[in-house]
Design a protein around this ligand. Structure first.
Ligand code: ZN
Length: 303
């Protein structure tokens, strides 16, 4: 009996204690999506502890906090999240955290509201997929530098240096993306995906964007939506449609089947990273790598 108790306590500690940051005086920062985790790690370097709640392939719209997450949040000094109701089911948890000795920061606060794309599908009334315009991400980089520096003034110079270097990389990325897209004829720049994650991408880089589901994956596409979109694909002679790593394939497969049933062909052009990056340690596991991968996948399939 004693042995069993010991084992279960050990297991309990294995699952929750490993995430507790050592008390070395460094800032404990918790982030939500992989895009935000990548950015905060890039700026903070090894001078802060960063724990991301969501991994690769995780859908932020549906994500619910686990017990382990609540423990991480409770020990955090700073929490960075997307905001604009991106993490629909975490809002309540964040509300509960208020009043404790920590700061919760929505990275979307970096952007002027007048530059956001409106949406009736979110309680915020805005489309939260702001990271798909690289210039937004540059503004957000500066914002994260500022917030980390306020919380940890001793390392402000380092955060600033890392931020400046990263913004140069983002500027280069923005130029590279535009060059790749310029090889695709304008009338082929129509992006059909599972959910409406790419509106900022479309606005910034000149694509018409159509999502089968609404902006949030919480809303399912109806049969009529699938038929309408199938007709649109045939009408516009669209060669390829795309699945997303954080959304089940079946919605896009249903769309492909609807096109086939009307005696036309559309291929699945690949898997795009929409609301989560690729696996840790891979090129697509970084914001910059993810963006290049998406753009190359889109352009190659639609050419
Ligand atoms: Zn989304």
């Amino acid at each position: 009996m004693k042995k069993i108790v010991f084992i279960s306590l050990t297991l309990l500690c294995l699952s929750s204690c490993k995430d507790v940051a050592p008390s070395d005086g460094k800032l404990n920062v918790v982030t939500t999506t992989t895009m935000i985790t990548d950015l905060v790690k890039t700026i903070g370097g090894d001078q802060i502890h960063v724990q991301g709640l969501m991994g690769s392939g995780v859908d932020p719209h549906l994500y619910k906090a686990s017990e382990g997450d609540v423990t991480k949040l409770a020990k955090a000094n700073l929490i960075f999240y997307g905001g604009l109701h991106l993490e629909g089911k975490l809002i309540e948890v964040f509300e509960k955290m208020k009043g404790r000795n920590m700061t919760t920061i929505a990275v979307s606060d970096a952007l002027d509201k007048s530059t956001l794309i409106g949406s009736e599908n979110f309680a915020s009334n805005y489309d939260p997929h702001i990271w798909f315009d690289v210039q937004n991400w540059e503004l957000i980089t500066n914002f994260v530098v500022k917030k980390l520096s306020e919380a940890n003034p001793e390392n402000a110079n380092l955060f600033e240096t890392n931020g400046k270097k990263y913004i140069q990389e983002l500027e280069a990325l923005d130029i590279e993306i535009r060059e790749i897209i310029s090889t695709l004829p304008e009338d082929r720049r129509i992006l059909v995906t599972a959910h409406d994650a790419f509106n900022y991408f479309g606005q910034a880089y000149g694509f018409q964007v159509v999502g089968l589901q609404g902006l949030s994956t919480a809303t399912e596409a109806g049969v009529q939506d699938v038929q309408n979109l199938a007709n649109f694909i045939i009408d516009k002679k669209i060669k390829a449609i795309f699945v997303e790593s954080s959304v089940p394939r079946r919605t896009i497969e249903a769309l492909q089947a609807a096109v086939t049933s009307k005696n036309h062909q559309v291929v699945i052009g690949g898997t795009l990273y929409s609301d989560a990056l690729g696996n840790d340690g891979t090129v697509e596991g970084t914001y910059i790598g993810m963006f290049k991968y998406n753009v190359n996948t889109i352009v190659n399939a639609l050419k």
